[in-house]
Design a binder for this molecule. Structure first.
Ligand SMILES: [Zn+2]
Length: 154
């Protein structure tokens, strides 16, 4: 793997009804019903980072922690080949029924519109693959006993 390439990931959750969640410095944020794909990057220890997102109890540090504390993460993909998290979030938001929302979420270290993308319908791995492009690779992430048993919403 090219060490200069960003080590990205996407974590998916579902918000079953309009819910306002306090998100750290962003303050109270209203999340519409829908699916949310959070794009993150980890310079190293990406698997540990993703596992942390999927863990139910942890200190709330990043914007994503507040979201996943309220709505547990359901699925994650490891993504290679994208230019960066801002670019991948933008490409996901360009898919049908998708939009970056709420604005600036997870974007404390950059100037983009945000790293959280809302989908009206459940995004699939193929959606992530199409957003990454031909040179990309997307693989499902799983931790230990957490299998594909999470249901609901679709
Ligand atoms: Zn960004």
């Amino acid at each position: 793997m090219n060490d200069g390439a960003p080590h990205l990931y996407v974590v998916l959750t579902y918000v079953p009804r309009l819910t306002t969640v306090p998100v750290g410095a962003l303050g109270p944020v209203a999340f519409e019903r829908g699916w949310y794909a959070y794009v993150g990057s980890a310079a190293r220890a990406r698997r540990a980072r993703v596992a942390r997102h999927l863990a139910p109890f942890k200190p709330l540090r990043w914007h994503a922690d507040y979201l996943f504390a309220a709505f547990p993460a359901r699925r994650a993909w490891l993504v290679d080949g994208a230019a960066g998290e801002c670019e991948l979030a933008g490409a996901l938001a360009a898919l049908p029924s998708a939009a970056r929302r709420p604005g600036r979420f997870g974007a404390g270290d950059c100037r983009c519109a945000g790293h959280l993308v809302r989908f009206a319908r459940r995004p699939r791995r193929a959606d992530v693959t199409s957003a990454v492009g031909q040179n990309g690779a997307v693989c499902a992430f799983s931790v230990g006993s957490r299998k594909e048993s999470v249901t609901g919403g679709d």
